[in-house]
Design a protein around this ligand. Structure first.
Ligand SMILES: *Cc1c(COP(=O)(O)O)cnc(C)c1O
Length: 472
């Protein structure tokens, strides 16, 4: 009846810990944590009683409600690993889904490095200590034609290290049109403020000229930085200083020029009809001193950031103590080396992200037709399925205005049911991520691996079952 008597019915921590579902979870290292979780649950219930969001409750109800809650939380904690997702969105390098997918051979190289000791920092011939990552750096230099290369934890780290090394005691100049925010919380102004003693913003949002950079050099710039604006474009009354021209300015005044290319295009995608992005080799030919990029975007490797360019500048970055804090581990190096070897040996189709990006619309359509047919077969009731033309996106801030033509399976539903159906698919295991367009759920085969098709069909059919059951 009154709150006081209800509060008295709250169980003690000890009492909840006696519940078999909870007591069997208690180990040497989980006892404290489980006790804390129990206390939090009791506190929540006390709070609910005090603020009136719950009425009086019976003694047994409240004790079992708390045990249920704690038990569910412990269950959730014990589910090991990340949840597997089937990416039907057609966004190849989806940062929220972990960007590039690696080939089985790359995964095997990572597993081999993980399960044993490796020659990470030792030359097995001489028995002497060496630097880590030398083979990866050598391959990167050879493939891109750079004088030197260095790899760190990600591209944000590469920018941080380069700017700190070359402008930590000086100033970095950057166009106001390139002070960008890129997905995954990469905000260039913040990184530059951390790394450089001084940031000299040049030009305006839409127009930057040669004379602006030249003034920055007179004002003490020790690094000229150009950044790929990745996920947006400034159009209309605009002007930017080209890489070639910026490299010229740098050479004239003896100031290094760096380009943050971002996506890491090693393969000349133009030759496969994908316009909009030069390869790193071509970028270096423009005369810039340094280029940095992610290794898990278009390059298609594990997470990392590469710096390629003038060997004397690379050497300075290696000497910077910051590089110790940004270094890569043996697993990433093993995986990255494997992917770079695929490039070196011309085995481009072995690199999943590259294969997805370059797959022709005809080939994607074949798969869409097959998925649509299998889906119709496995669903009891008639469903509206069609194969339509659409657009995939490379993602990861790459090729923002150059979507890829694709073919998709379009599942047409009654009005406002598409969001609901896609939520059911998302909550499954494995989860299936789709696009929603009006009344349709869109499945883009471009980012679905052939071996995932069977489980995808099963999940879609199962989803329909829940869906029609729930909506009747
Ligand atoms: C993606 C991107 C970054 C950030 O790279 P991370 O590897 O995610 O740290 C920086 N600059 C550009 C131009 C990018 O496209």
């Amino acid at each position: 009846m009154d709150i006081q008597s209800s509060l008295k019915k709250l169980p003690s921590v000890e009492k909840v810990l006696e519940d078999e579902r909870i007591s069997r979870r208690v180990t040497l290292l989980s006892r404290k944590g489980i006790t804390a979780i129990v206390r939090e649950s009791i506190d929540r219930h006390r709070e609910a009683l005090l603020n009136g969001s719950v009425d009086r409750i019976g003694e047994r109800d409240i004790a079992s409600a708390i045990a249920d809650e704690v038990s569910a939380e412990l269950d959730a904690l014990s589910v090991t690993g990340v949840r597997r997702v089937i990416n039907a969105t057609g966004v190849v390098l989806h940062t929220n889904l972990g960007r590039a997918v690696l080939a089985a051979e790359t995964c095997a190289a990572i597993a081999a490095a993980a399960s044993g000791y490796v020659d990470l920092e030792i030359d097995l011939k001489s028995g002497k200590r060496t630097e880590r990552g030398l083979r990866v750096a050598r391959l990167l230099s050879l493939i891109t034609g750079a004088g030197g290369a260095f790899v760190v934890n990600n591209n944000a780290a590469a920018v941080l290290l380069a700017v700190q090394t070359l402008a930590g005691a000086g100033a970095v100049a950057i166009s106001r049109g390139e002070l960008v925010e890129i997905g995954g919380s990469f905000r260039l102004p913040e990184i530059l403020a951390l790394a450089a003693a001084r940031v000299i913003e040049v030009g305006t949002t839409n127009r930057t000229h040669r004379k602006d950079y030249e003034k920055a050099v007179r004002d003490g710039a020790t690094l000229l930085l150009k950044v790929h604006t990745s996920n947006y474009r400034i159009v209309g009354y605009t002007n930017e200083v080209s890489l070639v021209e910026l490299a010229e300015i740098g050479r004239e005044h003896g100031v290094p020029v760096m380009y943050d290319q971002g996506s890491g295009v090693l393969y000349p995608l133009r030759t496969r009809g994908i316009e909009g992005e030069d390869s790193i080799e071509t970028v270096l030919e423009s005369g810039v001193d340094l280029v940095c990029f992610s290794t898990d975007k278009v390059l298609g490797g594990p997470q990392g950031g590469a710096l390629v360019g003038r060997s004397d500048l690379i050497a300075r970055m290696k000497e910077n103590h910051l590089s110790r804090a940004l270094r890569l581990d043996k697993l990433t190096l093993a995986g990255l080396e494997r992917v770079l070897l695929d490039y070196w040996n011309g085995r481009f189709d072995e690199i999943p992200s590259l294969r997805m990006i370059t797959e022709s619309i005809e080939s994607v359509r074949e798969r869409a037709v097959r998925i649509a047919a299998r889906l119709k077969e496995s669903c009891a009731r008639d469903i509206g399925v069609a194969v339509e033309e659409s657009e995939s996106s490379i993602g990861g801030g790459s090729f923002p205005i150059n979507p890829l033509r694709t073919a998709v399976v379009q599942i047409n539903l009654a009005s406002d049911q598409a969001e609901r159906f896609s939520a059911i698919l998302r909550a499954g295991s494995p989860s299936v991520l789709t696009r929603v367009k009006g009344c349709s759920v869109i499945i883009d085969p471009r980012t679905i691996r052939t071996e995932e098709e069977g489980i995808l069909i099963a999940k879609l059919a199962e989803g329909f079952g829940i869906f029609s059951g729930g909506s009747d």
